[in-house]
Design a protein around this ligand. Structure first.
Ligand code: MG
Length: 311
């Protein structure tokens, strides 16, 4: 989601967070998004015969609010705001635009939120009117050096994870929280879920919180035979505690057999549930090792994962 939003849209969300803090709330509400947009793209609002003074009379000027400090770990993607951003990206797609700019975000607010829509309709704004303005405005960019300065509080970060387990007959094969019917299973202290373990390490790496061995040492009998989805739940709790937010996880599982593709939907569901995210935030891929090495001979299974987070 993050990579589809323009720099100006992100700055508008930054302003929205300042507006929220000014109002004494922890995450921005829809009106704060509209305020943020009005501050970031005054020209667009003027073209639509709107302005901060008209929309929110009595609100202090931007200069007064520009000093408001964000809270550590604060991020703009609350449950209420996320659908608006997703909608703005959909609208950008429909218009053939790669990036959701401030105009698209305004359109998202208009289409998704009845209260803000009626406020804008009162001033004669329509969805088609916004679309017309978007078509006439220059396309917005994703990055600039200025962005690095204003977004230092919640830049995206990535982490990588890798894991390998030996395969032996007579054991359960757990991958991505799902038991896969197969004549071999992975050898491990816990349930040996190679994919869950790679994802754990990717997330902990992105968060700067060490690795799976630090949090769930295999010397501790507590984790013997442990359900690896439980590890992910623990990590989700840590993310909550530190105000971190998962954007996306991409992973590849390398196994000669069995075929994993048919199990991916169930795995994505199980992993997403454990992490309290949506299945669409997880992408899974399968590879064989072309018959080469231990993995190719069916003696082991491995996984790589990359996690992108903010916080
Ligand atoms: Mg492991």
């Amino acid at each position: 989601m993050f990579e589809r939003i323009s720099e100006k849209s992100r700055r508008a969300m930054y302003y929205a967070m300042q507006e929220a803090i000014f109002d004494g709330v922890d995450s921005p509400e829809m009106k704060h998004v509209l305020m943020g947009l009005a501050r970031e793209n005054e020209a667009l609002f003027q073209e639509l015969n709107m302005s901060m003074e008209i929309l929110f009379p009595g609100r202090p000027a931007s200069e007064a609010l520009s000093k408001v400090e964000l809270k550590p770990g604060m991020h703009p993607f609350s449950k209420d705001i996320t659908p608006v951003i997703q909608r703005s990206i959909k609208e950008a797609d429909a218009l053939g635009h790669r990036i959701a700019g401030t105009g698209h975000l305004l359109l998202g607010v208009f289409l998704e939120n009845a209260e803000m829509r009626s406020l804008m309709q009162h001033l004669g704004v329509t969805a088609d009117g916004i679309r017309k303005r978007i078509a006439e405005e220059p396309a917005e960019k994703v990055f600039s050096s200025e962005m690095m300065k204003s977004y230092r509080g919640y830049m995206g970060r990535s982490g990588i994870g890798y894991d390998l387990h030996r395969l032996e007959p007579g054991r359960r094969l757990m991958i991505g929280g799902i038991e896969i019917p197969f004549d071999k299973g992975s050898v491990g202290h816990s349930d040996g879920d190679v994919l869950a373990h790679a994802i754990c390490d990717a997330l902990l790496g992105a968060a700067g919180l060490g690795d799976i061995g630090t949090h769930f040492p295999d010397s501790d009998p507590k984790w013997k035979g442990a359900d690896s989805l439980g590890f992910l739940k623990r990590i989700h709790e840590l993310f909550e505690k530190y105000g971190l937010h998962i954007f996306h996880i991409d992973a590849v599982v390398i196994a000669e057999r069995p075929k994993l593709g048919p199990h991916f939907p169930a795995m994505r569901e199980a992993l997403a549930n454990a992490l309290s995210i949506d299945a669409e935030q997880i992408n899974l891929k399968a590879k064989t090792n072309e018959g080469v090495d231990a993995i190719g001979r069916g003696e082991a299974i491995a996984a790589y994962a990359v996690a992108t987070i903010a916080g």
